[in-house]
Design a protein around this ligand. Structure first.
Ligand code: ACM
Ligand code: ZN
Length: 511
């Protein structure tokens, strides 16, 4: 009996210390089980900004305090303590997951707060257009996972997705293409169409729809960060308005150019009109202005680009990208917003208000944070959810390496070379060249988005893959019941389960 009591006591201490406990993603900072269970699940007392709770969170950084909560479940009822409505909301999502397990709730105390302030998901609406209902549905799942940022990639060569006053061709024409999938469109030579063409694939969001989405996300304590790509990934703008594209000495307008023309003042007029619209719709402090993969092929032969170089005294064509990015950033700053850019902007001489989104591995995060920039980490190696999640032979075509659930979960954002004070957090990215439908997008998102959520919220020491996998399995079931299509963890290969990444090489070596 004594031994039993000792082992029960040990179990209690272990549970309290390690949080091993109910099915929750992300795992809470601390979980303390108590005797009994609570049948009266709807008897919830919410207490905001009580001195007792304030004392417990006082020393935390502001972003942690704002989302912190304590959830106490007793047989007599449930109590939520928090400083803000966001904290209350996070507690309610914990409760929602506990309730989803069915049966009486276990009596316990959960004290919880996030590790990082930015816990995001990027969805590419350009390469495939998935629509408002799809986005709302993903916002619901993000909220359940305590993710707090939805980054919308709204413009790219394959389709413009936001209406802009004064620039109707962006939505009348280059929001519509011939080619349902990105690769059909590419093979056909990138044809756009009128919205009235019965063959046309695509669409765009009206300002009203986007405002509705912003409000929907806000009610779930999620901020939407819009992304407008520039100067690269912008062929659709040149197709819509060839008079803005680079123009060579013969007068030929390069309307198939990949990049915007930084020599043409009309480019800046368009960008300002787009950003005015974006700032009207999205209250987010941060606006993403792209910055990745400009090819700069047309700039050397463009009379306007050459003139700009001469005026500015530039000797290297790449300086034109910095010129454009800095000018656009200044416009955002004038309006009280901060620019985010892909890690290429480290070469653009942006102000220290700009935020670096590190995608080509983590070196952008290391260099950026050491140089005093705030950083969001989304290295393709671990955070690109459009990469394969299992063996090529069993998965729909995707790109990149294997980012299995285990590999994704194994990501630790902080490295010794980073200035942790400048690391805002991390996000998963879902590029949609290979993802033509909403169902396919969900299949790629879940359960790997669970891993991003747990890495972003839970303390590193709380992470345990085998425990997480069981919880992920369970939560996939919950999402499935709610109408989401998820990857099937039952069918996952041993190789993916092992966390191995370079499966192509391994498979090739077996042949
Ligand atoms: C990117 O994946 N080109 C940001
Ligand atoms: Zn030009």
């Amino acid at each position: 009996m004594r031994k039993l009591l000792i082992s029960l006591a040990c179990c209690f201490v272990f549970c309290a210390a390690n949080g091993a406990g109910p099915q929750l993603i992300p795992a809470p900072v601390s979980y303390t089980p108590m005797q009994g269970s609570c049948m009266n699940k709807n008897n919830v007392l919410v207490e905001v900004a009580l001195p007792g709770f304030l004392k417990d969170v006082l020393k935390m950084p502001m972003f942690m305090r704002e989302e912190a909560y304590r959830l106490t479940i007793k047989s007599s009822g449930i109590k939520i303590e928090a400083l803000t409505q966001t904290g209350v909301y996070r507690a309610k999502t914990t409760l929602e997951q506990l309730k989803a397990a069915g049966g009486p709730l276990p009596c316990c105390v959960i004290f919880d707060y996030p590790r990082f302030r930015h816990r995001g998901m990027m969805i590419d609406e350009s390469r495939s257009f998935k629509g408002l209902e799809f986005l709302k549905k993903q916002v619901d799942a993000m909220a359940l996972l305590k993710l707090n940022v939805l980054h919308l990639h709204l413009t790219d060569a394959a389709g413009w997705r936001i209406e802009v006053p004064g620039y109707p061709v962006l939505t009348d024409s280059v929001a519509w293409r011939i080619g349902k999938s990105y690769f059909d469109w590419e093979k056909a030579g990138y044809p756009f169409a009128s919205a009235r063409n019965p063959q046309a694939y695509g669409g765009y969001y009206t300002a009203g729809e986007l405002k509705e989405l912003v409000a929907y996300a806000k009610a779930r304590h999620i901020t939407i960060i819009p992304e407008i790509e520039m100067p690269g990934h912008s062929m659709e703008v040149n197709r819509a308005y060839p008079e803005l594209a680079c123009v060579d000495e013969s007068g030929r307008q390069h309307n198939f150019a990949w990049d915007l023309c930084p020599g043409n003042e009309g480019t800046f007029k368009l960008i300002k009109a787009v950003l005015d619209q974006v700032m009207d719709i999205f209250p987010s402090k941060f606006i993403h202005i792209g910055g990745d993969e400009a090819v700069m092929k047309d700039w050397p032969v463009c009379v306007n680009c050459r003139r700009r170089m001469q005026e500015e005294g530039y000797t290297d064509i790449r300086q034109l990208q910095g010129y454009l990015m800095r000018r656009v950033e200044a416009y955002l700053l004038e309006h009280g917003r901060r620019a985010i850019g892909w890690d290429e902007i480290l070469d653009s001489g942006m102000s220290k208000d700009a935020v670096i989104m590190s995608w080509r591995g983590i070196s952008g995060g290391e260099k950026g944070s050491a140089a005093g920039y705030d950083v969001i980490l989304s290295p393709s190696t671990h955070c690109y959810l459009n990469y394969y999640q299992d063996l090529i032979r069993k998965e729909p075509a995707a790109c990149g390496e294997l980012v299995s659930l285990r590999f994704c979960y194994g990501y630790e954002p902080l490295t010794p070379a980073m200035d942790a004070d400048h690391i805002l957090g991390l996000q998963g990215n879902l590029w949609c060249e290979y993802i033509p439908t909403p169902e396919h997008a969900e299949y790629m998102l879940y359960p790997r988005m669970f891993a991003i959520a747990e890495t972003g919220w839970s303390p590193a020491a709380r992470k345990d893959f085998f425990d997480f996998r069981n919880r992920a399995y369970w939560l996939c079931g919950i999402l499935h019941d709610r109408g989401y299509r998820t990857f099937d963890l039952d069918g996952e290969s041993e190789l993916a389960r092992s966390g191995y990444q370079r499966f192509e090489q391994l498979e090739a070596s077996k042949k």
